[in-house]
Write a protein that binds this ligand. Structure first.
Ligand SMILES: NC(=O)c1ccc[n+]([C@@H]2O[C@H](COP(=O)([O-])OP(=O)(O)OC[C@H]3O[C@@H](n4cnc5c(N)ncnc54)[C@H](OP(=O)(O)O)[C@@H]3O)[C@@H](O)[C@H]2O)c1
Length: 349
């Protein structure tokens, strides 16, 4: 049994991790932190988990406790918290899977450009493995990784949409990525803009002049020798709780069958990727993926305009966060990547 901790276990990604971990047959949760819920049982923060973690209570964060109790620790915390605590934990030999953006970007200049702070541990960021297993170079690097930087939810959808074209050198620029995102992306602590009356019927763009997740897409493209900067990603807040739908548009001469073949080949052997082409519902909808680690892909080639669109849907708390983090944890330990995650989506929701 792998002994695991969840730091920041009272938030949305922490709660989803705990839900998946309750089904994991090779991991045991030993320690879960929260300042607000310290001393309280898990279901006080996550009513859906009542009965699943009998005897376990939230505790305050202590690095000594992590080192004493755990073989692996998930940080479901804000970037600043991850940056502060993770270096010491990794140095001590405990495996870390960080869900925050703290270690996703290898280039400190790219990090500074998008997060507006100097990175405190750039060497560690260079050593971290970007936890998106469907990208073959990362899948290899994940085996035995000591620090896994779990990707952003919008970035995950965007990268899944574009990686097969980067791999086969078929990208053309500009690349326009339009993202629709649910309110749980913003975490469990409400802000005035995410307060229900403000958000419920609202549809609006946010960070349209350079959302942080585009930096992860640029990093991926650079890994495949691409250097063109004309890649944009604009998220839109839409009135759903969970889900990301990214629509990636580019202009290339390719017919739909050839396009689909590239994706089918590239994602063969990726159990959490489903190609919808040819099915009666060929375009993905995140509603069909709530509570899962699955990403669905659809395509549309408009021949007159020579426009190619790739649509990717996922659950921001699943494949966009906790599910993906657990999948990477599994791979890093040589456990079947589906462990704790292999559940069919619920319908209708
Ligand atoms: N939400 C998403 O869709 C999503 C997707 C991918 C990645 N992420 C990333 O995952 C991380 C967590 O996101 P989330 O949505 O789960 O956020 P959240 O719901 O706000 O939860 C944050 C957690 O961190 C703890 N925390 C906050 N400040 C802390 C501090 N100073 N010291 C110790 N613990 C602290 C909170 O508990 P207490 O305040 O009680 O201590 C809470 O358990 C973020 O970095 C986010 O960017 C989120």
């Amino acid at each position: 049994m792998v002994r695991v901790c969840v730091v920041g276990g009272s938030g949305y990604t922490g709660g989803e991790l705990l839900r998946y971990l309750s089904m994991h047959r090779e991991a045991e949760v030993k320690y879960v932190t929260s300042r607000e819920y310290a001393g309280k049982p898990i279901h006080f923060a996550h009513p859906n988990l009542k009965g699943f973690y009998k005897g376990l209570r939230f505790e305050n964060l202590s690095v000594d406790k992590i080192l004493g109790l755990c073989d692996a620790v998930f940080f479901s915390t804000p970037l600043e918290v991850s940056l502060e605590y993770i270096p010491k934990v990794v140095e001590s030999g405990v495996k870390v899977i960080d869900l925050s953006p703290a270690f996703r970007l290898k280039d400190p200049d790219l990090f500074k450009a998008y997060y507006e702070i100097e990175h405190k541990a750039p060497d560690l960021a260079r050593r971290a493995v970007y936890g998106l297993p469907e990208i073959h170079i990362y899948r290899e690097a994940l085996r035995g990784a000591s620090l896994i930087a779990s990707p952003g939810c919008n970035a995950t959808a965007a990268i899944i949409s574009i990686y097969p074209l980067a791999y086969t050198k078929k990208i053309s620029y500009p690349v326009v990525i339009d993202v629709k995102a649910g309110s749980s992306e913003a975490g469990a602590k409400p802000t005035p803009w995410d307060h229900h009356p403000e958000r419920a019927s609202s549809t609006r763009p946010y960070s349209p002049k350079g959302h942080r997740h585009v930096a992860e897409v640029l990093q991926l493209l650079r890994e495949f020798g691409e250097s063109d900067d004309r890649v944009s990603l604009i998220p839109h807040a839409v009135p759903i709780v969970r889900g990301v739908l990214s629509s990636t548009h580019l202009y290339i001469d390719i017919d739909e069958q050839e396009l689909v073949k590239i994706y089918v080949e590239r994602y063969a052997g990726s159990p959490f990727i489903r190609i919808l082409w040819g099915s009666p519902t060929p375009y993905p909808d995140p509603k069909n993926l709530v509570g899962t680690n699955i990403a669905d892909i659809g395509f549309a080639v408009e021949e007159r305009a020579r426009r190619v669109s790739i649509f990717v849907a996922l659950d921001n708390l699943g494949k966009g966060a906790a599910g993906q983090a657990l999948q990477a944890f599994n791979i890093s330990l040589g456990i079947d990547e589906r462990e704790g995650l292999w559940i069919p989506p619920t319908r209708p929701v």
